[in-house]
Design a protein around this ligand. Sequence first.
Ligand SMILES: [Zn+2]
Ligand SMILES: [Zn+2]
Ligand SMILES: [Zn+2]
Length: 375
Amino acid sequence: MSDTRHCLDGGRLVGMDGWLPGLAAHHRWSDRYPRPGCNHLTCESCGGDVRAWPDLDLAPSFAGPGASKPVADALAAGGPDAALAQGGVVAAQGSRLYACACTVAGERGERPLRSREGEDHPLKALPWRCAGHPPLGTPAELDGETVDDADAAGLAARALAGAAPADGVPWPTSFIDAELPAAWIAHIYALLPAGAAREGIAGAATAALAADDPKERAAGLDFYLFHPGAPGAERISAALRDEPARFHGVALPWSKKKDLAHLAWKVLAERLQPGDDGGVDAIALELARGDALTGRAELAAILRLGALDPAWYKEHVGEVAAANPKALASVVDALRRFGDADLEAAVATLRAADGVDGEAVERALRERLAGRVTR
Ligand SMILES: [Zn+2]
Ligand SMILES: [Zn+2]
Ligand SMILES: [Zn+2]
């Protein structure tokens, strides 16, 4: 069976400040970081591969649909020197030039070729697509580390403890990287095929959930936020239920305001949707009901409650609203899929609830359930 993966944004063009990895296995697999440019683009018009050159841009006079073909011809005939001599290409530090046999484009920032809905990027449609990436074969040498089946767990444990990769992450770092302590090892996991190396990494992430150092627990949770279906993710709900003091009130390493339970709930919200087997994380569902009533559940989890357990939600929506005053819009959003009779009952409960701001409730009902609720 083919195990080719495609960039989830259809492939991305990146300027020189972005990350264009050399290794064929690297691709954009997550909505989060990293955000590599696609290194295997092909053209749907001419069928050719797309190549890239640093610090060059397309001259403005050749921009526009079809107008860059003479520049593509010059590049094919004599490379960047010929295109510079022709005037179709200009030196431009920070810009990356991309070309197939029919089309040329420069990119300074980042440009996904497809929207998340799979449509052509609306700003400038280009005929290029991600043509797929092979899984990472093992052993692999990257970023100063060896990824192999035997020691993947050890490598993952070091990565989650902040001690790997030896050469640092290969993508440009920003403030947000501090909040993604598992990004590197989660990336490796995503590139690997199913097998021993993947299992070793997931095992290390599971162990990190129970580590004494809250930084490692945060990293373990972060791993599962990247891969909420990976083996061991089912332990999170039980850990939160059985040892709440290890999560609630324990600040995340990168935030004074948010605790480990906040991060755990982000993962559990992902697990509160029917999985491949149609089931949801039953312990998480039970926890979500309890935490929604005390105001400590993640908003996304509250939203899922409305979909997964409408009977419970209809009955308790007033208490949930009272416990989560800042989340009133989400509390009301969770009613959107309700049928008319259930909605009417839920709204009555909400309006009658103690401890909720009546005006705010009416505003939320008007704004979030437009037309479906009357006074
Ligand atoms: Zn790609
Ligand atoms: Zn082409
Ligand atoms: Zn908490």
